[in-house]
Design a protein around this ligand. Sequence first.
Ligand SMILES: Cc1cc2nc3c(=O)[nH]c(=O)nc-3n(C[C@H](O)[C@H](O)[C@H](O)COP(=O)(O)OP(=O)(O)OC[C@H]3O[C@@H](n4cnc5c(N)ncnc54)[C@H](O)[C@@H]3O)c2cc1C
Length: 452
Amino acid sequence: MIAILGGGISGLTAAFELKKAGKEFFLLEATPAIGGKVQSSQQQGFTLEHGPNTVLINNPEIKKLIEELGLWKELIFPDEKASSNRFVLKNGKIEAFPSGLKKMLRSKLFCFETLSAVFKEIFNTSKSATEDESLAAFVERRWGKQILDDFITPFVTGIYAGDPYKMSAKYTMNMLKEAEEKYGSIVKGAFKIMKAKKLENEKNGLPKQKIFTFKNGLQQLISALHGQVEENVEQGAVCTKIEYTNKEYTIHYEQNGVEKSATASHIVSALPAFALAELVHNFAFGLSSSLYKINYEPAMTVHLGFDSKNMVFSEKAFGILSRNAEKVPFLGVLFNSQFFPHTAPEGKDLITVICGGARYPEIVAKSDEEVLEEITSCLKVLLGIKGNFELTNIVRWKRGIPQYEVGYRKIEAEIELFLGAHHNFKIASNYYKGISVSDCVKNGSLVAQSLI
Ligand SMILES: Cc1cc2nc3c(=O)[nH]c(=O)nc-3n(C[C@H](O)[C@H](O)[C@H](O)COP(=O)(O)OP(=O)(O)OC[C@H]3O[C@@H](n4cnc5c(N)ncnc54)[C@H](O)[C@@H]3O)c2cc1C
């Protein structure tokens, strides 16, 4: 019997793989809901994403999952123009992110300093003084501060909500690090690595247009997965302790106020790091204390729905990311109804504001009234929004996104030491081998296959 702990996308994907293979398993999920961070809702005709907004089809496992669930025809790809139009807030002004040559020449972000830094990097022979370099130190060493502040920081805070001075270069932007290590320069290496990746994607039959959602949001993926494994899932089942004796695990959990336990020969942990740390410290002290060290940044999504004619900002756009130096209360703003028009009723717009992170964690603890006042007054000025918002919604993730910080190398080594000694214990979760939904699908699927 296999026990899967945690019913987010990682745990559900592992469950689906085991189900297909006819394996015996059960899944324990603490909350009454299923899907973990992947949650969508329909409100007043708007489709809101509470966690991730877009998922990438960038590996064979996610493609296969969508196909096997019969969801391929249901995929909705974004409006191409909107999804290629991305912006960065610099000195209070919304500047175009230079994603192609034409845009580069028009963009105020891409100045002479940028061009010169990119060119000089080709001949930069510097080496990191440490194996575990921070992302900021790496980018400053290779390209300088302007590229760090105007390009890399807005981009990585949009994904990790973390602090580039703490984030590990290797674990958060490995492609750039690999380019330096293999080819002596990011510029020289990145093109080669990207070309190789493109060829691999073509070989795997991955579509060119990689971002997707569904009519009812990403929840549709969760519902389809849940539908396949429902009979093996126990919701509202909070794991409280794991015991390990005679190569067998006893999982203690609490459900509806009743203490229960179940035994399993194998465990797939799809829990957050802090939750697993709590459960295993009695028999895996080293793993437990390493997992406690993984920092989770808080994140919050604020949804705003309004009449399209009330917004002056008229670009068809994907979103705006903000730099660290900007005095704004958000990390990024997504124009959902522009890249996925079905997410708002005709004549209306939906935007999702992502806040919190290492830059402004306190906002997550503020009251709804305070949050809305701060966000809407900022956006009214920035985007020229007039009148009232007809929909407002706030979702808080107090321990939102795990950080791969400097020092993660040691944590990873401890995880691998433990897994090496416990072949019947597997980890599939976003703090190990990548945080994106597609990384979680890949890892959930591979972990399950290793048990088949
Ligand atoms: C605001 C936000 C925006 C994001 N945007 C994107 C995006 O656009 N694209 C993208 O690819 N990724 C995005 N991500 C990241 C991605 O959503 C997550 O990394 C991914 O969904 C994590 O999946 P998981 O299954 O590993 O973990 P989780 O979703 O955290 O699932 C863990 C599960 O374990 C359960 N659990 C916890 N403790 C216990 C216990 N003691 N007993 C039983 N169950 C327990 C939890 O209830 C939860 O259901 C975003 C994340 C956030 C927070």
